[in-house]
Design a protein around this ligand. Structure first.
Ligand code: NAI
Ligand code: MG
Length: 357
């Protein structure tokens, strides 16, 4: 039997609630499919761990995670501990330490969900955003000087490397080529940023020549926001820098109906290290402990994880179950305008998996 070793890091806030839900769906799937097994090892890292031990994760954390096939991650962030400690102490060290340079974010309007765009009711919006996840504006380059004085200065330097841009462009072209429309939009800002972004455009054009069957167009990031709203059907696969894609993918999630349904994979395409799968939302302090967090993003990211592990049949079975239950408004959590609990949606998905053929 095929066995996959999964590291589970629920971390903070609703991360704990949605990962518990996701694991139930994974167990139902294993029982229903019967041809693969997953072992789960839980890591208690996060803000509570920080309160107790003064660190977000153990010093040998990355070393211990290395032996897993994938990481199933909840969300990190705490109302009183700064994000510079929480995010930079757990999520970012994993992304950077494991060189998960491609952040993949599919967006669709699931059956039964309502997009805030009145001309969209499903098929018009079916995108995958590829976010450069290792450098760019979030490279961490910069500094502060003369703190507290009137002449204080802070810099935040975006870093683009030929290696980094080439590999993300190649990944995005390959992904676009694997989708029916073979359509890739390169997001840029080379009109105003004339060094790194111009290099970004040039490398995109070079890599594009390796993929003659992919149709490529180029959009400035500001105009891109308009196009996503006014003409969503004109887009399919999208590649953007770390910052641009961060912003565009929150817009994408909102256009698909809720932040609570958006999944993501932080992928090391070379497979040297485990990739990490998580819902795109954060720890949502405002609803933590209320039992109403939407687990759909976590189910969907679980399907991405299964695909990554080669369990395509199980991934499809899981998404079919999700798309079956979202059709019924009784399974919509409050973020989708309903009043279902996390537990109710989870039970519905597990039942749909058990009775799937
Ligand atoms: P957030 O995503 O936690 O919440 C934004 C809004 O969406 C809130 O009103 C929340 O209730 C709602 N929401 C999010 N996920 C939901 C779900 N599954 N079901 C129902 N409603 C949901 O973003 P926010 O409030 O900006 O950040 C809270 C903390 O999370 C911060 O510390 C932030 O840095 C962190 N964060 C962590 C991320 C990660 O771990 N990858 C990603 C985004 C934020
Ligand atoms: Mg974000």
């Amino acid at each position: 039997m095929r066995t996959h070793k999964i590291a589970v890091i629920p971390a903070d806030g609703i991360g704990k609630e949605v990962i518990a839900a996701g694991l139930k769906a994974m167990e139902a799937l294993q029982a229903r499919c019967g041809d693969f097994a997953m072992t789960f090892e839980h890591f208690p890292w996060g803000s509570d761990y920080y309160r107790a031990h003064g660190r977000m994760m153990d010093a040998d954390g990355l070393e211990r995670l290395k032996k897993f096939d994938a990481i199933y991650f909840g969300a990190v962030g705490d109302p009183v501990i700064p994000d510079s400690i929480t995010l930079w102490g757990l999520r970012l060290p994993i992304c950077q330490g494991f060189d998960q340079y491609a952040n993949v974010r599919p967006t669709r309007v699931l059956p039964g969900l309502t997009s805030p765009l009145r001309h969209v009711n499903g098929p018009e919006l079916d995108w995958v955003i590829v976010r450069e996840n290792s450098e760019g504006e979030y490279a961490g380059h910069g500094g502060r000087a003369h703190r507290g004085f009137p002449e204080e200065v802070g810099t935040e330097t975006a870093v683009f490397t030929r290696t980094g841009v080439t590999r993300i462009m190649r990944f995005a072209h390959k992904l676009a080529a694997s989708r029916p429309r073979k359509l890739l939009t390169i997001v840029t800002k080379s009109n105003a940023q004339r060094h790194g972004m111009v290099m970004w455009d040039e490398i995109a054009a070079e890599v594009g020549r390796e993929f003659p069957d992919v149709t490529v167009d180029k959009m400035l990031v500001d105009a891109m926001t308009q196009r996503m709203v006014l003409n969503p059907a004109s887009l399919d696969t999208i590649v953007a820098t770390n910052l641009h894609a961060d912003i565009l993918s929150d817009l994408a999630a909102a256009l698909a109906g809720s932040l609570g349904v958006g999944p993501t994979g932080n992928i090391d395409p070379e497979g040297r290290f485990p990739s990490m799968f998580e819902p795109i939302h954060g720890s949502a302090f405002d609803i933590t402990g209320k039992g109403i967090a939407n687990p759909v993003a976590t189910f969907w990211t679980g399907a991405m994880m299964l695909d990554h592990l080669g369990e395509h049949a199980a991934a499809k079975r899981l998404m079919t179950a999700v798309e079956l239950i979202t059709r019924d408004p009784a399974n919509h959590t409050p973020d989708l305008g309903g009043n279902a609990s996390t537990a109710k949606v989870t039970d519905a998905v597990c039942e749909a998996i058990r009775s799937s053929n």
